[in-house]
Design a protein around this ligand. Structure first.
Ligand SMILES: [Zn+2]
Length: 144
């Protein structure tokens, strides 16, 4: 797999962005999208664009479908990445980004069936500090 992206300005804003979940998640989504192309998914033409997916299908996620699915499940914390541990302001910023990104994919990347509307959850799960012991009293295995 070969991915080529236009370089970002190497300024403090972009360096900081790539260290934060909001920036890291974008790269994970991009790599996941590109990986689906290796599984045989190409893009199709409709609605005036040649960079579209045919349809959203959770049983066989397309390149934009996998990005939408990741953002939605990070947002809802079905995929736990510590999102709830962010500061209130960063969580709100990231949640807003995920919601608007999901909506962009939903309305602008599918010719046929599109994924559903995504909204921020009404509340967030409690932040679980990975340095504390779980309720079982056994130390957690931390991946380093
Ligand atoms: Zn693509």
């Amino acid at each position: 797999m070969f991915i080529s992206v236009a370089p970002l300005k190497n300024d403090n804003f972009n360096r900081d962005l790539k260290r934060r979940w909001i920036g890291i998640s974008g790269n994970v989504g991009l790599y996941s999208h590109e990986r689906r192309h290796l599984d045989g998914f190409g893009h199709v033409t409709c609605k005036g664009s040649d960079n579209m997916d045919q349809a959203y299908d959770e049983k066989n996620l397309s390149p934009f479908g996998v990005q939408w699915w990741l953002y939605k499940n990070w947002l809802t914390e079905n995929l736990g990445v510590g999102f709830s541990c962010l500061s209130d302001s960063e969580r709100q910023e990231t949640a807003g980004f995920f919601v608007s990104t999901c909506e962009g994919y939903r309305t602008g990347r599918f010719c046929g069936t599109a994924p559903p509307v995504t909204e921020s959850p009404a509340s967030w799960r409690p932040c679980i500090d990975p340095t504390t012991k779980p309720l079982s009293g056994k130390p957690m295995n931390l991946v380093r």
